[in-house]
Write a protein that binds this ligand. Sequence first.
Ligand code: C2E
Ligand code: MG
Ligand code: MG
Ligand code: MG
Length: 291
Amino acid sequence: RAKSEGRARFVVYSAELDADPAERFDLDNGLRRAVERKELQLLYQPIVDLETGALVGMEALLRWNHPHRGVLSPATFIAVAEETGEIVRIGNWVLEEACRETARVQQLRPGLPLTVSVNISAAEFRQADLPGRVQRVLESTGLEPHALTLELTESVLLHDTAAAMASLDELGRLGVGLALDDFGTGYSSLSYLQRLPVDTLKVDQSFVGRLGADPTSGPLTRAIVEMGHALGMRVVAEGVETEWQLAYLREIGCQLGQGRLFAGPLASGQFRRLAASLRPAAAWGPLLRAG
Ligand code: C2E
Ligand code: MG
Ligand code: MG
Ligand code: MG
C-alpha cells in the first residue's frame, strides 16, 4: 500500500486506503493545501489520428506531488476530494491550467490544431455554475471553445437527468466539445445515448487492453466503435499499448487513440517539445511503422 511503498513514483488505488479513516483524514488535510502549495500538476497525454498519424490533441491528467508519498494518481485522491467538496477548487485549477497551457502551445505552434480534454467528476458537474465557470476560463485564457472538450462518465450523467441535460446543453451552446469517458463500463441505454448532446465516445481501456487476448473483446470493441459512428460521434480508443491493438483499431475504423504506444502522460515541457518538433499533420512513429 501507499505508505510502505515509500518513494514509489506512482501509487495505484488500493481498497485499503479507502477503508482507513486516518489515511482519509491525512489526504483530506493535505489536499486542502495542495493547490496553494503548488503540489498539483497536469500531465498531457497525446491523442493521435490513427489514420494519418497526426497529433490532434491531448488529455490533461492530474497528479499530486505529495510531499511524503511521491506522485499520487487521481485514483487515490479524487474520491476523497469529491466527498469533502475540495474537488471544486481542484477542478477550477485544472480547467484554468489546462486551457492556459493549451493556448500557450497553440501560440508556439500556430499551424497545429490542438484540442485539450479535461476530466470532470460528478461533484464538479453537479455545480450549477459549471457552464459559467467554463465560459470565464475560456475568456481569461483566450482559448477557443472548440479547442476544449470536457470528459464525463456515464455515471455522472445518469444522476439528476434534467439538471444534467440542461448543463450539457448550455456547455454545448458555448461551443465546447463533450466526451463520454470510459464508455462500455456503465449502464447507459442506447436511447439515452442518442439523446445526449455528446460528440465523442471514449472506448474504455479495459476493452482495448484485452484486444487479442480474449475472443469477445474484438467484436465488442468493433460494436462500440460502430455504434459511436452511427450516433455521429468521434471515437477515441484509450490505452493503446501494442502495434497489434493499433492495427486492429485501424481495421475497424476507429479514428482516434491514445496510449503508451504513442506516449504516456507527459509533463508540459515534454509536451511542448513534442508539439514543437512535429510538422503539422506529421505521422507518429509507431503509425509510420504500422502503416
Ligand atoms: P481516464 O480519464 O479514463 O484517463 C485514462 C487513464 O489511463 C489515465 O490514468 C492514463 O494515465 C491511463 N493511461 C494512459 N495510457 C495508458 C495505456 O497505454 N494503458 C493503460 N492501461 N492506461 C493508460 P490516470 O492519469 O491515473 O487517471 C485516472 C483517472 O483519474 C482518469 O481516467 C480520470 O477519470 C481521473 N482524472 C484524471 N485527471 C483528472 C482531473 O484533472 N480531474 C478529475 N476530476 N479526474 C481526473
Ligand atoms: Mg478521461
Ligand atoms: Mg477513460
Ligand atoms: Mg478511467
